[in-house]
Design a protein around this ligand. Structure first.
Ligand SMILES: Nc1ncnc2c1ncn2[C@@H]1O[C@H](COP(=O)(O)OP(=O)(O)OP(=O)(O)O)[C@@H](O)[C@H]1O
Length: 263
């Protein structure tokens, strides 16, 4: 596949720790994210997943290398990319609908269009009935759905998500993962998702980028071949498919190797 929308090219990141000390968090990482695909960044804690995602978002500058979207180099945040974090980032003094309209309002989208788009994305994430509620009245999973709807309503080409379901209980997490498959199918948004949850990675990914730790290097690029290029929106089904357990075992082995390397 050569229709990559996003390219991470030979990217390294060294953080200055003060007092003349520095930490190389990411070293010479390259990979491509194809248009309309879901790419999962996986690896042990501290391997640099968030740092790579933040460079894609333009929130950190690479020390070496570059991130490109189409033929443009990323030099800072931009409306072509939307970001969803683990922590709920809703505006608690605004209703759910106003939360989703927020970015559009900043961009001077007219009121009728804002409302129409907000209602569309609230429907997509299953929150139409809660449009007039306030975030404090919602569960964690619902608040994260507000954040996703708000980000999608701004029309990004790429959705960047950093452990988006990390704070949720197992059952809600499961439902959110299934929802993300529906959203990817419906909106054709390219997604890059950071996780350290193996099951989440296998379920969501068209491609898994596995990073090794200290510094984060590309250890393996894995296509879950057993899905045969299709997205399976049903977790119970995917877990029973031939090839699922083999991939899970492989990822567990990679995680264990990297865990041992750290100690
Ligand atoms: N702003 C910063 N200044 C200094 N060091 C940093 C900074 N941000 C990240 N690091 C370091 O870079 C390394 C990679 O961090 P990063 O958060 O990208 O890893 P991660 O794989 O996302 O971890 P986790 O899964 O635990 O969230 C870590 O050693 C971290 O301490």
């Amino acid at each position: 596949m050569s229709d990559a929308q996003l390219n991470v090219r030979a990217v390294s990141k060294t953080f200055s720790l003060g007092g003349g000390r520095s930490l190389k968090a990411v070293e010479d990482v390259s990979f491509a994210v194809e248009q309309n695909s879901i790419c999962v960044l996986l690896g042990p804690s501290g391997c640099g997943k968030s740092t790579v995602l933040r460079m894609m978002a333009g929130l950190e500058d690479p020390t070496e290398g570059e991130v490109t979207i189409g033929d443009k180099t990323v030099t800072g945040p931009g409306q072509d990319r939307g970001m969803v974090f683990q922590a709920y980032t809703s505006f608690d003094w605004l209703s759910v609908r106003k939360n989703v309209e927020f970015g559009m309002k900043v961009n001077n989208v007219d009121a009728a269009k804002r409302r129409e788009r907000a209602d569309h994305f609230l429907d997509l994430v299953g929150l139409s009935k809660f449009a007039d509620a306030y975030p404090s009245q919602l569960s964690g999973g619902m608040r994260q759905r507000v954040a996703i709807a708000r980000t999608l309503a701004n029309g990004p080409e790429v959705l960047l998500m950093d452990e988006p379901f990390g704070a949720l209980d197992a059952e809600t997490r499961w439902l959110m993962q299934e929802l993300m498959i529906d959203i990817a199918e419906e909106t054709n948004t390219t997604m890059v998702i950071v996780t350290h949850d193996l099951e989440e990675a296998i379920f969501l990914a068209d491609k898994i980028i596995f990073l090794s730790s200290h510094p984060g290097r590309l250890k393996e690029e894995i296509i879950p071949e057993f899905k045969a290029g299709k997205r399976i929106g049903d977790k119970e089904r995917i877990i029973r498919m031939d090839g699922y357990s083999e991939l899970e075992e492989k990822l567990m082995r990679l995680m264990r190797e990297e865990g041992h390397r750290e100690t």
